[in-house]
Design a protein around this ligand. Structure first.
Ligand SMILES: Cc1cc2nc3c(=O)[nH]c(=O)nc-3n(C[C@H](O)[C@H](O)[C@H](O)COP(=O)(O)O)c2cc1C
Length: 366
């Protein structure tokens, strides 16, 4: 496809993704996760440090603006707004796939703006797994990127009118990219989830970070199907695992996990962190904010999410995101059924805060 076609595709993606955001709220996997409330377990919000180490960098907050745009004039303007909001708030930001600019360097400024407007912030580049090792290096260099996201999107490619149907070379291509680039590689899905088997495979391929990016938020089956003249792939909507299911099913060892896909609120961020994500990516929800109110609206939103995330950690008695792993989680609904079929013990997740009981203490508790 020519660069003009790639640019039009990006504009379509933004328009169709934004349309999904204004639909009435739908339940997703995050709604299946509730915290057991312990009324005396809280801490002080000003004792909470939200900082996390991700891919060799120290982030101020455990959420980030995930991969979306670039490649057309309109999406270049969105990238500019994302970059300014990221700079003003210290939030990390990932670029949309640089494929269009790798094929047509005249489009590079629509991506490069992410770094130009945010020279000292955390900026990640993004390419599809089918790109060459040399392309991957060029993408990192173009943004002075701190890490490289490599996306796996076989379902999207299948429904995309101009998409690929050739996936067998992906593991070898991923390995070539990983050994060629000098920054950390973060492998991500685009909204269909990374299974336990995939995470094990990634670990075996030497991938240190993976964003499970699951079902329940932006749905690229519906986006690409709307771009097909016949709309004949609609029946695939809902394919894949939610981020929550992926986190619950994650193997050990596995890459360090990031989560995204359907994150709507700071509560969803805290749920994902409690399920073991190091950090949480947000695309559709932040896209809607920037399209509606520009850079100012996104800055307000990012500050609000920072304050709220800290407040929720205080209620849960967690002075850091890592401390959330001893919160007690009640798992319900479709996610509980997923756990039953995958032989995941949900009762253990509901009792994580129990201190190892001594015989006296458990007798007393009874
Ligand atoms: C408009 C738009 C464009 C996207 N483009 C990319 C992309 O170029 N590369 C990529 O890895 N993911 C891309 N994504 C996928 C997101 O990074 C994320 O995995 C997915 O949207 C699920 O998160 P969400 O529910 O918060 O939107 C895009 C998402 C949106 C909304």
């Amino acid at each position: 496809m020519g660069a003009e076609g790639a640019g039009r595709r990006k504009d379509d993606h933004v328009r169709l993704a934004a349309a999904q955001q204004v639909e009435p709220a739908v339940r997703n996997g995050f709604d299946d996760i509730a915290f057991v409330h312990h009324a005396l377990a809280g801490t002080d919000a000003d004792r909470v440090d939200l900082g996390v180490e991700v891919a060799g960098g120290r982030w101020r907050v455990p959420f980030h603006i995930n991969a979306m745009t670039g490649g057309s004039a309109a999406t270049g303007r969105i990238n500019r707004d994302l970059a300014i909001a990221a700079r003003e708030t210290g939030v990390a930001v990932a670029s949309g796939s640089l494929s269009a600019a790798l094929d047509d360097p005249s489009l590079l400024p629509t991506f490069r703006v992410l770094r130009d407007e945010n020279p000292t912030g955390v900026v990640w580049a993004n390419v599809g797994v089918e790109r060459s090792a040399d392309d991957a290096r060029r993408a990192v260099d173009a943004l002075g990127a701190d890490a490289l996201q490599v996306h796996l999107n076989s379902v999207q490619e299948t429904v995309m009118p101009e998409g690929s149907r050739r996936f067998s070379s992906w593991p070898a291509s991923l390995e070539a990219i990983r050994s060629a680039v000098e920054v950390p590689v973060v492998v991500k899905e685009v909204g269909f989830g990374l299974s336990a088997r995939t995470l094990t495979r990634l670990h075996d391929l030497g991938i240190a970070y993976a964003d499970v990016s699951g079902r329940g938020g932006t749905d690229f089956v519906r986006i690409e199907n709307a771009r097909r003249p016949g709309g004949d792939f609609g029946y695939l909507a809902g394919w894949g695992q939610s981020a929550v299911e992926c986190l619950l099913d994650a193997p050990d060892p596995a890459p360090v996990l990031l989560a995204s896909g359907g994150v709507r609120t700071p509560l969803d961020v805290v749920r994902a962190l409690s399920l073991g994500a190091r950090a949480v990516g947000v695309s559709g929800t932040f896209l809607a904010a920037v399209l509606e109110g520009g850079v100012d609206a996104l800055v307000v939103r990012l500050r609000e999410w920072t304050t709220h995330t800290r407040a929720l950690l205080a209620v849960l008695g967690a002075e850091s995101p890592a401390a959330l792993v001893s919160t007690d989680l009640v798992i319900d609904g479709r996610t509980a059924r997923f756990c039953a079929t995958r032989d995941i013990d949900i009762t253990a997740w509901a009792r994580r805060s129990d201190a190892a009981p001594t015989p006296e203490r458990s007798r007393h508790d009874r």
